[in-house]
Design a protein around this ligand. Sequence first.
Ligand SMILES: *Cc1c(COP(=O)(O)O)cnc(C)c1O
Length: 306
Amino acid sequence: MAIELPEQIRIDYLSDEELTAAGVRLGMLRLDTIHPLVSGNKWFKLKKNIQAAQAAHAEALLTFGGAYSNHLLATAAAAQAAGMASIGIVRGQPGPGTWSDTLKDCHSLGMDLVFASREIYSRKYDDTYLAQLKEQYPRAWIIPEGGNNEAGRAGAAAITTYLPEDSTHVAVAIGTGTTFSGIRETLDPRIALLGFPAMKGGAYLEPELKQCLSGTRDNWQLCTDYHFGGFARHTETLITFMNMFYDRYQVPLDFVYTAKMMYGITEMIRNGIFPPGSHIIGIHTGGLQGNRSLGHLLHSAATGDD
Ligand SMILES: *Cc1c(COP(=O)(O)O)cnc(C)c1O
């Protein structure tokens, strides 16, 4: 794809008395700085999908997402950069509630938006429905919701090359779990991988995540307590935390994924879960564009617009 990675991706170390007292180092791998639209983990998941699409002589990318989906927007931008068309199957009916800033951006990047009722959208993994789409869009390469396929996982596996060798814990937020699974394949088994599901009852992911593991690694676990009411839900506590986090460390977080994860990590540090000497890296998977749906709840700088 025409969007290239910068040579270095920086790690910002957070510093304050609390962390010093706990004897831990906490850094964030700033994948959010890769590109404003193809941000964070989305670049990695799309890269190999685009290579596969081009190898198959596809001319368009077709994928799925909700009205605020980071994946949908990243796909629209990456397709445009690669000189391909894009089609987005959007969950819901067109209307004031669905015509979001995200979809407006997708549209201006040339994405063809096709609204699907919740009933139809729920068939996104159904073979008959996919065959129908294939027939309707014969020149399109179909990428599952969230880039959740083999190419997506293989792409995400490359994220580990940007991690410090002496890290002891690596944390990543979980939507579909594609990024988590990819990282798990290549992460040094001496490093613990912590996954923070962004949805309620994230423990249901555990058997699924076990299944897509190729080897026998057990250096991973899910931290399922930090969903703040469910996927894309937020509470006053979370928003206050995001504003505090920005004021203290100058790192903007997105409310759907990375804020929940960082809240979890800082609480776990406070609870003494990490032994002194731990070197923790939280992966900043991007997604800041989604903060636009929060309106003015965030300090202006904490939106990541600056
Ligand atoms: C999409 C996204 C995730 C989830 O990635 P999965 O590979 O689907 O688990 C995490 N963080 C951010 C900011 C995202 O946009």
